[in-house]
Design a protein around this ligand. Sequence first.
Ligand code: PMP
Length: 287
Amino acid sequence: MTRVVYVNGQYTPYAQAGIHAEDRGFQFGDAVYEVMEVKAGQLVDETRHMARLDRSLKELRIAPPMTLAAWSRVLRETVRRNRVHDGLVYLQVSRGARPRDFLFPGPDVRPTVVCVARSASKAKADAQAEKGIAVITQPDIRWGRCDIKTVMLLPASLAKETAKAQGAKEAWFVDDDGFVTEGASSNAWIIDKDGRLITRKTDAHILPGITRQVVLDMIEKEKLELVIRPFTVAEAKAAREAFITSATNHVMPVVSIDGAPVGNGAPGLLAQKLRNGYYLSAEISSH
Ligand code: PMP
């Protein structure tokens, strides 16, 4: 249960936590966010998430609302006040509120900052990973700067609704050339018949996932074979294994794509191995 939400310097009871009606996050999607896992009360991969937040803010020319040390205190205090042992912490920064105008406000308008923490069952996620998930494919109708972690998530929301209606947990976006870009809220991977891990490079078309980067580190350490290139839906359906990565799912095996089984239709061994080794490579910090 979420008890309090951090809003602009105050820890506010959940039911009363609100922002201004003319917030630019609300009117223009002019806001960025991060989601970090909380494990045993500690933050997972905080350094990398905060570096990505900094980059997102810079790309949108939003001034950082506080220092890294202040963020660290807010994140931990929000986790503590909500008594989150295992779960996630979400932060959002919008450009702020003022009478609606397409043009940016001046420096007198302060960014709006929100931080929410919530518990999530680790056992439930592990049970899901034992079974794997189904994904469907959807045309990638998003904008040209998917590398910035903005709250403009309507295409992702629509794609996930479509996935749910078809009994799937995630949607993979597909570009005009037939290549998978990424999941609605995850990065996409396959493992080919020769055991090579394949994922596309990070550019403006996908979010540079923190979990993706941790898995890349594991691949390097384990000396696994890696090919950074885009793959097609047909390749993914013919793959030995497929999986997604995200802060809330770690490595989650994909067992079917558009109703067609991947491999033998069960979670792949390498995906499970990467999942099980995740915390050895991730940064876990309590400070
Ligand atoms: N791509 C998209 C579009 C996402 O929303 C997410 C989750 N925020 C990811 C990839 C995975 O990123 P991360 O590993 O940092 O959670």
